[in-house]
Design a protein around this ligand. Sequence first.
Ligand code: ASP
Length: 593
Amino acid sequence: MRTHYCATLRATDLEQTVTLCGWVDRRRDHGGVIFIDLRDRSGVVQIVSDPERTPDSYSDAEKLRNEYVVRITGRVSARPTDSLNPKLPTGEIEIYADCIELLNAVHQQLPFQVASSDSETVREDLRLKYRYLDLRRDRMARNLQLRHAVVKAMRRFLEDQEQFIEVETPILTRSTPEGARDYLVPSRVNPGEWYALPQSPQLFKQLLMVAGCDRYYQIARCFRDEDLRADRQPEFTQLDMEMSFMSQEEILALNEALICHIFKTVKGVDLPRPFPRLTYAEAMDRYGCDRPDTRFGLELVEVSDILKDCGFKVFSSAVKSGGMIKVLPIPGGDQISNMRIKPGGDLFTEATIAGAKGIAYIRVREGGEIDTIGAIKDNLTPEQKAALLAKTGAEPGTLLLFGAGDTATVNKSLDRLRQVVGAQLGMIDPDQVNLLWVTDFPMFEYNADEKRLEALHHPFTAPHPEDLADLTTARAQAYDVIYNGIEIGGGSLRIYQREVQEKVFSTIGLSDEEAREKFGFLLNAFDYGTPPHGGIAYGLDRLVMLLAGEDSIRDVIAFPKTQQARSLLTDAPAGVADSQLKELYIASTYDPE
Ligand code: ASP
């Protein structure tokens, strides 16, 4: 039907007769000359029709409207010098249309403008409802192509350079504990029993290692029934990998090479290697969070030892009750007014969202004088003051913001403040790319609601060999990869010995019986010669979002759901016929009242 894609034509094609297919991006009638921007997947090219030069197509050109589907045959011509368009790859040429064939018209009013030149913002619910139109738009079409380019780069690297093979794992399966709720699917042929959709292919990829597969990857769909806070999707995509007989160092090196390959291929950027590393403990200490944005400084400083006995009760009692005192020193913090730190101020609010009761502060003046509330000023000895200024490296003009209380709250609130202040003081270069490994996570964290330890990564993660004596406080051989403060992937070396796996299950409160019931197949497999193995999974949607410079993963997924987990396009989820429920032995207890 056609000879070329629209946007591939250049001045080197002059005088050729070409046939193009696509959509009318825009039609302009310049009194006797009609210009059509014809668009296909590749982009746009300008078509010209007028009664003198193209008498056969003029009356058809007059009838065209935006988004009509057409097939056009014409001659590639040079544009007059005054209408060259350097912004378009096809901006030096235009096509004289000898024949315009209308393949399909638009029969309803378009819900929004699709034209490439149109940058008007459209309500997201409309975009999602008419996603097929939204995806025609330049920005979304580019995002889909970028996503494809990223996946292609992954495949090329893993398959062609590193001997990985892609293996599909089941979608109808048993639940794996990745920390979210499962999507369940009733089994008609096994009444009363349920499949779970995979939260990740974790157990299958480990079994593939037992099977001798050696290097596995999959572009894997994962399902997690989470309360859709922030930017989550009920189904999302991972680049999932697992490999045998590799040390943690070897796994990290291979993954650095993979990430560098992706950046080089899709962005043309050479990332420096090796990536910097922080242990979990260092990250928490210096940044108050396990995925720090290291594009800017503003590191936290713990001052518990200096102030634990000071007369200001908020400080001393924090340490006495097992917590800590930490400072966020802000050079040039004079720009930040007291109003912002006190109740009602934006920084105060940030800190309280994180659970803090307020923010204590000290302003450092010339000659080491300090400016703060009386309760602090009157209760610091000269030695404490001097030690505080020395440890925090405070200079005149520095603002010290304090967190005092339980460790988790202090870290959380200062982390928030650090990020807000860093962004506001213009300390973040948006073009900088910082990749970072965070390693040595704790194996477990305490779940206060369930009054038990739970695995921080997942219960198949191997403990650090030095920490086997007491698993409850052990570090894990786990690692996350962080991109400008956002976690894009995480993985671990796995347990491959039955006794260790059983010990971990019992540490998280699974009885032997429950462990056998849920994970017997894994424990059994460990008895049949399981190689040491480890892996990682990347959140593909998030990675592509960051590479595309988008703010939401919905903008890099072809058919995403809303925050309420609905598809506005198909209107899923939806009710089903009673007969369908009946054959599944299901009755709904939902009462809308
Ligand atoms: N299955 C893990 C996850 O989804 C990743 C891994 O450990 O490889 O987070």
